[in-house]
Design a protein around this ligand. Structure first.
Ligand SMILES: Nc1ncnc2c1ncn2[C@@H]1O[C@H](COP(=O)(O)OP(=O)(O)OP(=O)(O)O)[C@@H](O)[C@H]1O
Ligand SMILES: [Mg+2]
Length: 312
């Protein structure tokens, strides 16, 4: 395994940011870590990369006990943290060069990699520009690119595509895919579902410090995708409607429009018949009714919603 953790916990005072996580990540895989704001993604990455110690639990990275031998781990991994990091006065090409020097990459390889990364990350036009003069997305591209100046077996990326335009985003994802094909293990956090689906071999959904599910994107869909989503669009708003529907599990009224009822359930047909009979009894006219395919996004949102509700 490239990453193994058992009962990993991290508390900040009373707040439990990571609440007992077990991970097993196989070599050469892209592992997606997916969760809403504050779920514990960055805290987990910081522990796995030895930047902060866990409150309790074990971490093994590439066969090394990361709590006992953090320096040994750091030599073998790459990490791009969520917060921007750059040297304001260095040019793009100098940043890459300097990063290579920090990692003791020989001069010839440094030159070669710098050119390659400038190409791949589309930095040619800005190669002489200082970091402080770059746009946010350009700066992020440099921050990710420089991590590839050195050899590593395992790379941690904390929301690397934030701020990238669609072209640059797709470019980075394809580059990462190729790296993974060549054997690099990647730990990737995001809240963009389509990204995780495109890139990852396995996805863990995390909320409130706990892993809710770990599986391949396809398997997640078939396990949790039994659910159907049906949308009923009403002709007019009805003030009584929210109350009428309140007893029916699996259906919600869209409060913004007041005229859309969303049914999301593995027993959508049964819920639908209840909803329709209530609408008919109360003379509420339906304008349109449609079934929607379940996307990974909906599965994710529902999982997160369900844990939030059960905790409250
Ligand atoms: N140094 C800290 N001190 C106190 N609380 C912290 C600290 N770092 C993180 N937290 C809290 O721990 C929880 C998890 O934060 P974390 O940064 O891991 O979330 P995240 O999943 O990365 O979220 P995002 O998607 O917003 O980046 C949050 O409630 C956060 O406020
Ligand atoms: Mg984060």
């Amino acid at each position: 395994m490239s990453v193994t953790t058992r009962s990993l916990f991290k508390s900040y005072g009373d707040l439990v940011a990571v609440n007992g996580i077990d991970l097993d990540i196989k070599p050469g895989k892209v592992f997606g870590f997916l969760g809403p704001n504050g779920a514990g993604k960055s805290t987990t990455i910081k522990m796995l990369t030895t930047l902060i110690p866990p409150t309790s639990g074990t971490i093994e990275i590439l066969g090394v006990n990361a709590i006992k031998n953090p320096l040994e781990v750091r030599k073998k991994i790459g990490v791009v943290l969520q917060q921007p990091s750059y040297e304001p006065n260095l040019s793009v090409e100098k940043s890459l060069e300097k990063y290579g020097m920090m990692w003791d990459v020989d001069k010839k390889t440094r030159k070669q990699r710098t050119e390659e990364l400038i190409d791949v990350f589309d930095l040619r036009e800005i190669r002489k520009k200082k970091n402080e003069d770059l746009s946010i997305g350009q700066r992020r591209r440099v921050q990710v690119a420089r991590e590839f100046m050195h050899e590593m077996e395992l790379l941690f990326l904390d929301e690397p595509t934030v701020g990238l335009d669609p072209g640059a985003r797709r470019n980075l994802l394809n580059y990462l895919k190729n790296k993974a094909k060549a054997g690099l293990t990647i730990f990737y956090t995001t809240h963009v579902l389509t990204e995780a689906e495109y890139l990852c071999d396995e996805i863990a959904v995390i909320n409130k410090g706990k892993i809710l599910a770990v599986d391949t994107p396809d398997q997640l869909k078939s396990t949790f995708g039994q659910e159907k989503t049906i949308k009923i669009h009403l002709l007019d708003r009805n003030d009584k409607l929210a109350q009428l529907l309140s007893g029916i599990f699996g259906c919600t009224l869209d409060f913004n429009t007041g005229t859309d009822i969303i049914i999301q359930s593995s027993k959508a047909e049964i819920v639908l018949s209840h909803v329709l009979s209530i609408l008919i009894e109360n003379n509420i006219a339906v304008e349109d009714l449609s079934a929607m395919p379940t996307t990974l996004e909906e599965i994710f949102l529902k999982m997160v919603r369900d844990t939030n509700e059960s905790n409250n």
